[in-house]
Each structure stands twice: as structure tokens, then as C-alpha cells.
Design a protein around this ligand. Structure first.
Ligand SMILES: *[C@@H]1O[C@H](CO)[C@@H](O)[C@H](O)[C@H]1NC(C)=O
Ligand SMILES: *[C@@H]1O[C@H](CO)[C@@H](O)[C@H](O)[C@H]1NC(C)=O
Ligand SMILES: *[C@@H]1O[C@H](CO)[C@@H](O)[C@H](O)[C@H]1NC(C)=O
Length: 481
């Protein structure tokens, strides 16, 4: 158990200091496939982005510059300004690259006036404010006195929110006391133990920053999701990515081509859930290992085997982690490779015969223990209606997505702004088991492999119908004859 006493003392005394609102680096938007050209790309190993306080002078300059460019490009009558900065970071790359996510809205000033824009007040009503969230990337080369807008991507939010101003010191104090008790609760609930006081303090700081990120996600979610404390709340984004996600999924060149699935015979029924038809086993836990690809594929095969052979087995992911030489065990893998590896191996053992350990061992596969096989694999259409129709006729589908909104997801239908959930940056494989609508919000029901204590009994619900987070990009299934 963590000894939270000392940490509490320190945190309390730090309250006396001016408390800079920690802006989250997490919301820095990744470049998409056809993103900025000629700009400084963040190469692996490049210095990582530094989060900025929203009073940083360089940031303010970059923001004014982005605002100006944005107004030149916008068609409206009114001058638009930033109502609040949601996140900001900078990175040293032949000059300075600023990545900013901000909300903008209409001011009362017409564009044609020569008024100083910083004196223009905002429209009060949402319909006239017309708020939208934009992701900007500004490349500032001071020695050339030159700035370039590398990227601008915006999405309306329809919200009424304007800058709430800086919270009062009292509010901060209350917030920190609440946070500390939330952290204690977290440590108990998830049985965390830290190596010493220093580590416990560091984990609390990460927890605090993550709470801020969860609040940001919450304020921008367009569905019904609740974000907050999860069992991943004491991990930095980098730790979470490297321990639980799968970077190989977005490397298209590694994909093995698959046969196209034959289209469904009938249109999709309004709702479907394979959990109600016995084709889905209990939620499993991949642990600290990037083996989501194995869980996704095994979940699909368990469903296929049940639908063709009538029994729901629990099959071995560890066999793939150890014996699938086409993939990289805990370092990630691709469903298309995993199907091929299973065909080559000759089938799958049960979970009980070949238990999950969550790390790579030497291959202990024994063909005598094979209980299920596959004969081929197919790739589905990228149309969400066709995916739904195929799923309802044929069983749960292996899919992959950008897991951006998943670290702090608790329940409800998650619908992050598209600009945060780049469909080309797919980093997690899961299992689509059904779909439907909740209070008018269409969703995909997604079986995850982070244990039953994640999300809704191990499930994640994602908005359906706008190809969100690339959910339609890598849908596949094994075929059992
Ligand atoms: C925005 O404000 C108006 C009136 O102030 C209110 O009727 C409306 O429900 C608000 N919309 C949202 C999304 O909060
Ligand atoms: C909690 O963690 C300790 C040490 O890490 C371990 O010995 C213990 O079994 C764990 N308890 C539960 C309920 O997981
Ligand atoms: C499917 O694969 C199994 C195991 O490799 C094999 O025994 C069976 O004959 C195959 N079925 C067809 C129709 O090819």
C-alpha cells in the first residue's frame, strides 16, 4: 500500500503556491494521412512535446497568428476569437512547433471593422456564438520572423461554453482535497503499491493530470459517455501506450491482404447482440502486454467455432503470443497475420491447456491438444451498415480502432470529437459483438481485453455511424468450414 500521509502534507503545502492549470498534452492531435506537407514531423525519438501554460508568451503569439489565419479563411460576417485553450504544447523542431486545441466563437465585431480584435466581446447565445473546436499546428521560426499554419482542423461543438475564467483559489483547494481522496480510493480499489514516497508523489501528480484530461474529454464528448478514474489513472500516456496499445496496427505496409467477405444477404436488423445468443465468452485481461490483436482474433474464432460447431470454447491467446512468428507478441501484431499463423500451426489449444501469462515464452504448442481450427480469413466492407449486416448474420467481428478515448472511459456511449480520434492512427484491436441504440444514440458494443473491471463490465460502447476512430477500417473474421 502507498503511504499517502507524507504525500498529503506535500500536496497541501503546494496548494499555497500559485497553481498553474495543467494543460494536457494528451489532446494534441496527430497528423492524419493527408496531413500537413513539408512541415516538421515528429519523428520517433524526436524531443517530445512540452505542455504549456496558457499564459506562455510564445503560445499567445502563436495563438494570435492562428486566429488571424483562421479568420482570413472563415466565411462568416463576424470576427471569431478563441474562447478558451483546451490544450497546448510545443516542440523544438527547426524553430518551434506549437500544437494547440482551442475553442473559437463569434464576437460582436464585424470582420470589416478595424477594431482591435482583443477588445471584441463574444456573442452570448449559443446559436450566434457558433462555437467550434479547432486543432492548430503553428510552426514558428523566430530567426526568419516567420510563422506558418501547418494545420487547421475544426469541428462545431454546439456548446454554450465560454471561458469560465480562472477558478478561485478556494475552488483549487477544494479540488485538490477531492483529488487526494479520489487517489486514495483508487490506490485501495486497484491494490496499488508504489516503491516509496517519491514514486507515490509522482503517481499522484500523474493522477491529477489524468483527472484534468478526463474532464476535458468529458466536456467535449458528443455522446453519453462518462470519463474519469479508471484502473489506468496513474499511468502517463506514454506508459499506457507502450503497455496496452499496439502501434503495428497503423502500419499499412505490414498488412497481409485477405479475401473480401461475401456481403450479407439481408440488411442489418435494427439491433443485434451476440452476447444474447451464446457466441461470446467472458471478458479476458491482456495485462501489461500489447497482445490485443491475439484477444481480438481469438474472440472472433470463439464466436465462429460456436456458430459452426455449437460449442463455446475458451481458446488460447498465449499460443499466439508464443508461436505466431508473423507477429510481435507483446510488442503488437495484426489480425491478418494471426489468422495465417493459426492456419500454419494447425489450430488452437484451449485457454486451460495453454494458459495466458502475459509475456512471451518459447512456443509450447502441441498439435495433439488442438480443439479448434480455421480454414481461411476474410476482410469486411468498410461501410458501417454492411459491417452491421455481416455481423448479425455471421458472428462477432475482429476490429481495430484509435483508442484515444478509452484510457479514462467509464460508461455510456463514447463519441469523441473526430479531430481527436484520427482514423489513420489505429492502435488497439477489439471485438465487435453487437450494435444498437441507447436513448437515440447509435452504438457499437465492443468487447475489450482489459478485464471485467474496465468500462461497462469489460465493454466499451462507441458511437456508430460516422466511422468514428477508424472503427470501420480493419474489420475481419476467420472462416471455419
Ligand atoms: C445553451 O443555452 C441555451 C439558453 O441559454 C439553452 O436553452 C440550451 O439548452 C443550451 N445548450 C446546451 C447544449 O447547453
Ligand atoms: C495486492 O497486492 C499485493 C502486493 O502487490 C498482493 O500480495 C496481494 O495479493 C494483492 N491483493 C489483491 C486482492 O489483489
Ligand atoms: C478446414 O480445416 C481443417 C483443419 O485444417 C481440415 O481438417 C478441414 O478439412 C478443412 N475443411 C475444408 C472444407 O477445407
Amino acid at each position: 500500500m502507498v503511504e499517502a500521509g507524507g504525500g498529503e502534507q506535500r500536496c497541501r503545502s503546494s496548494l499555497c503556491l500559485f497553481f498553474i492549470l495543467a494543460l494536457t498534452t494528451r489532446l494534441v492531435v496527430a497528423q492524419d494521412g493527408g496531413g500537413a506537407v513539408g512541415g516538421p514531423h515528429a519523428a520517433p525519438g524526436a524531443p517530445s512535446a512540452v505542455a504549456l501554460s496558457d499564459s506562455d508568451p510564445g503560445l499567445l503569439r502563436a495563438l494570435r497568428f492562428a486566429e488571424g489565419q483562421y479568420n482570413v479563411g472563415s466565411g462568416g460576417v463576424y470576427l471569431r476569437r478563441v474562447t478558451r485553450v483546451i490544450s497546448a504544447s510545443r516542440q523544438l523542431v527547426k524553430g518551434m512547433k506549437y500544437s494547440i486545441v482551442a475553442e473559437l466563437g463569434n464576437t460582436l465585431c464585424k470582420k470589416s471593422t478595424s477594431a482591435d480584435p482583443t477588445t471584441c466581446e463574444f456573442h452570448a447565445e449559443a446559436a450566434r456564438l457558433k462555437a467550434e473546436v479547432c486543432a492548430f499546428e503553428i510552426w514558428d521560426i523566430p530567426w526568419l520572423s516567420k510563422s506558418t499554419l501547418l494545420k487547421q482542423k475544426c469541428q462545431p461543438t454546439g456548446s454554450n461554453r465560454t471561458d469560465p475564467g480562472a477558478p478561485s483559489p478556494d475552488a483549487h483547494e477544494q479540488e485538490s482535497v477531492d483529488l487526494l481522496s479520489a487517489f486514495k480510493e483508487f490506490v485501495t480499489k486497484y491494490n496499488r503499491s508504489y516503491s516509496g514516497q517519491e514514486e507515490a508523489d509522482r503517481r499522484f501528480r500523474i493522477f491529477r493530470k489524468n483527472a484534468q484530461t478526463a474532464r476535458t474529454l468529458q466536456s467535449l464528448d458528443q455522446g453519453s459517455a462518462e470519463y474519469g478514474v479508471t484502473k489506468f489513472s496513474d499511468l502517463t500516456e506514454e506508459e499506457f501506450r507502450s503497455l496496452y496499445l499496439n502501434p503495428l496496427l497503423s502500419q499499412r505496409n505490414l498488412q497481409r491482404p485477405m479475401k473480401a467477405a461475401s456481403p450479407a444477404r439481408a440488411p442489418a436488423p435494427p439491433t443485434w447482440d451476440w452476447r444474447e445468443h451464446g457466441a461470446v465468452g467472458p471478458v479476458k485481461d491482456q495485462g501489461m502486454c500489447g497482445s490485443c490483436w491475439a484477444f481480438s482474433v481469438i474472440g472472433n474464432i470463439e464466436g465462429q467455432w460456436f456458430l459452426k460447431k455449437g460449442s463455446l470454447l475458451s481458446l488460447s491467446e498465449q499460443e499466439l503470443v508464443d508461436c505466431d512468428r508473423l507477429d510481435q507478441a507483446c510488442g503488437g501484431g495484426l489480425p491478418s497475420n494471426a489468422y495465417e499463423a493459426i492456419e500454419k500451426l494447425g489450430g488452437l489449444e484451449t485457454e486451460t491447456d495453454y494458459r495466458y501469462t502475459g509475456h512471451k515464452q518459447s512456443c509450447g504448442f502441441s498439435s495433439g491438444k488442438v480443439v479448434a481450427y480455421i480454414n481461411s480469413s476474410v476482410e469486411l466492407s468498410r461501410d458501417e451498415n454492411e459491417i452491421a449486416a455481416w455481423l448479425a448474420e455471421n458472428g462477432p467481428v475482429s476490429v481495430a480502432l484509435n483508442a484515444f478515448a478509452m484510457q479514462f472511459y467509464r460508461r455510456g456511449v463514447s463519441r469523441p470529437l473526430k479531430i481527436f480520434c484520427n482514423p489513420w492512427m489505429i492502435d488497439h484491436a477489439v471485438l465487435l459483438v453487437g450494435y444498437g441504440e441507447r436513448n437515440g444514440i447509435p452504438f457499437w458494443a465492443i468487447k475489450n481485453s482489459w478485464g471485467e473491471d474496465y468500462g461497462e463490465q469489460g465493454y466499451y460502447y462507441l458511437y456508430r455511424g460516422s466511422r468514428l476512430c477508424g472503427i470501420n477500417k480493419m474489420c475481419s473474421s476467420a472462416m471455419v468450414n
